[in-house]
Design a protein around this ligand. Sequence first.
Ligand SMILES: NC(=O)c1ccc[n+]([C@@H]2O[C@H](COP(=O)([O-])OP(=O)(O)OC[C@H]3O[C@@H](n4cnc5c(N)ncnc54)[C@H](O)[C@@H]3O)[C@@H](O)[C@H]2O)c1
Ligand SMILES: [Zn+2]
Ligand SMILES: [Zn+2]
Length: 343
Amino acid sequence: MRAVVKENAGKGAVLKEVEMPVLEEGEVLIKIKAAAICGTDQHIYNWNNWAQNNNINLPTILGHECSAEVVEVGLGVKTLKVGDYVACETHIPCGQCFQCKNGQQHICQNLKIFGVHTNGCFAEYSKIPAVCAVKIPESIHPNVGAVLEPLGTAVRANEEIQTSGKNIAVIGCGPIGLMAISTAKAFGAVNIYAVDINEYRLEIAKKLGATEIINSSVVNSAEKLKEFTHGVGVDAFIDASGNTFAILDGFKGLRKGGKVALIGLPSRPLEIELGSQVIFKEATVIGIHGRRMFETWTTMSNLLDKGLLNIDPVITHVLKLEEFDEGFDISEKGIGGKVILVP
Ligand SMILES: NC(=O)c1ccc[n+]([C@@H]2O[C@H](COP(=O)([O-])OP(=O)(O)OC[C@H]3O[C@@H](n4cnc5c(N)ncnc54)[C@H](O)[C@@H]3O)[C@@H](O)[C@H]2O)c1
Ligand SMILES: [Zn+2]
Ligand SMILES: [Zn+2]
């Protein structure tokens, strides 16, 4: 089969013929319908510091976000059959640790990530533990199915901070922030203030239903959030920028008693005045690592199936698998939303 392989250190990857995956007990073979490029793939493609320090064995097949069809089931698999339409949950739990046994397998202590610690899905076929192949409604287009994994973090953030009926800010309008805006809209947030430094992405935010867009390279976003909320501050914010300055401004624009969901991964420690920004404010802060398995998936599927959540504008490019270099280039430059690769 054809696959995009990261062969060795240094930038780039190659498309080549590789052996078909061989199933082990509890796994399923999947035929990829569509896959999406994520920041994590970009790190591995570029072989930056993060990639070098994350126990990634080379050579490896890139990609972890995809929709697919089950074409073979391994020994012991009873929950899936050939022909099932699935999307991949990338968090591979051990099933044995404290978290796995206590309803938090998405943050398993021995967590492995599909397409990071295993061969991934920028290929014609891949294999994954059956527990991570989530059946999805046929009404969901394969290109949308391919981005359910990142969409799930956005849905989860909205659930945790209860955006219904609230004034919220979404900081960072990359694919995940944009999907957080769509979800906030679907959840019935009253006002959604989108913050970014990239005009192109802020325009997509507007299209998705953001009430106001704030270019924080031009104006002070904390002051704007206060101004829009008559001096009170927003009820909650979701950070999907991972930028420490932007996160601090989010706290400054948050009202007393407000809630914060952190998705973005800062590349350095954040220094925050806990007294004024968290303690006296009684802020609730929650970290989001992926999706709850599988409540978030159920919510997502239901909303998409009923047409209550629209993320189509987030998908800006659909390319052939062999055009992966162009896809990585588009993602890196931040000139698109989500880039899809179709094998
Ligand atoms: N927690 C998780 O489970 C999880 C999963 C996947 C990705 N992530 C992280 O989530 C974040 C978002 O992912 P993405 O794919 O949308 O990334 P992305 O890099 O495409 O988006 C980040 C956005 O933040 C904007 N930004 C940068 N500096 C800013 C600033 N000072 N103020 C406002 N906006 C600013 C950028 O212009 C960009 O649009 C990343 O940090 C990623 O590493 C977390
Ligand atoms: Zn991803
Ligand atoms: Zn575990």
